[in-house]
Design a protein around this ligand. Sequence first.
Ligand SMILES: [Zn+2]
Length: 111
Amino acid sequence: MDIDSIRARCSSGISVDEGWRPLLITLDAALTEADPELRYLTISQKYGRLSVILTSDTNEEARQLIRDAEEAALKTCEMCGDNTATLCQRGSWLRTLCPSCAAEQKYVVKT
Ligand SMILES: [Zn+2]
């Protein structure tokens, strides 16, 4: 499983950076077990957070897996995957970044 195989089952595409991709690959493997019929509508970064939207409703197990992944993403740097990330901002832009990516991108920790 790789990101392209997820993209093939995602109608509106995937718009998240490299750092969250391993998380999506792990999530997808678990979701395929929980609900083989499942299709993604969109996987994106929304207000700095991971958002996984499906084309139709699914079972409780799959919903829980998605919630867990969205929660894990709160601490995972969207750029490098480091697990020291927090919600950061630059003007009105929000991203979940580790301290070094935040500094590089001129983001500051959101207060
Ligand atoms: Zn980082």
